[in-house]
Ligand binder design. Structure first.
Ligand code: COA
Length: 150
């Protein structure tokens, strides 16, 4: 698998980005400002992640997604590890990520990759998303904020 920055002339993998974030408006907003990386296997895009500088020395992993047929094969973990490496190489000191209270697999993945829970943005999803989101039988209401020093 090869991970590389997407070229400005290439189309962004919209469907994949929307897997991680159902709001097209929010995705479009950070795609204009963020750094988008894609993972390819034999010229086929299997994953994506987006890093967005948010404050001096801090960036946020604002999107990460793997094609559904490839879930559970370790690609997501490789992408998170690569995102950490890229952030460190670029001189950032802190990386943050946010996920839903109902996103149990994502919470496991981020913590396995060294992130710690640093806060909760109560009602983030009920305030910013028009549709109700349910995962694992739990309504997604709050954003769990995680971070790690690089
Ligand atoms: N409990 C415990 N561990 C879990 C878990 C659960 N419910 N669900 C996943 N994990 C663990 C896996 O066991 C694995 O850890 P391990 O390597 O120690 O076994 C780790 O999380 C990640 O597994 P991996 O196979 O690398 O993940 P993936 O390739 O399926 O990618 C996502 C993970 C989240 C990127 C993928 O599921 C996805 O694209 N989801 C849709 C988009 C999305 O939700 N993005 C994140 C938005 S916050």
């Amino acid at each position: 698998m090869n991970i590389r920055k997407i070229k400005s002339t290439e189309n962004t993998p919209k469907e994949l980005l929307l897997l991680a974030d159902p709001s097209e408006d929010i995705v479009n907003d950070y795609m204009d400002r963020g750094m988008c990386y894609i993972a390819e296997e034999k010229d086929e895009i299997v994953g994506v992640f987006v890093l967005l500088p948010t404050r001096p020395e801090t960036l946020e992993l604002v999107n990460i997604a793997v094609t559904e047929e490839k879930h559970g094969k370790g690609i997501g973990k490789k992408l998170v590890i690569e995102a950490l490496k890229k952030a460190k190489t670029k001189g950032y000191k802190t990386i943050e990520v946010g996920t839903g209270n109902s996103s149990l697999g994502q919470l496991a993945l981020y913590q396995k990759c060294g992130f710690r829970i640093v806060g909760i943005d109560i009602d983030f999803f009920t305030r910013h998303y028009s549709e109700e989101i349910f995962e694992n039988g739990i309504q997604c209401k709050d954003m769990i904020r995680l971070a790690q020093d690089l």
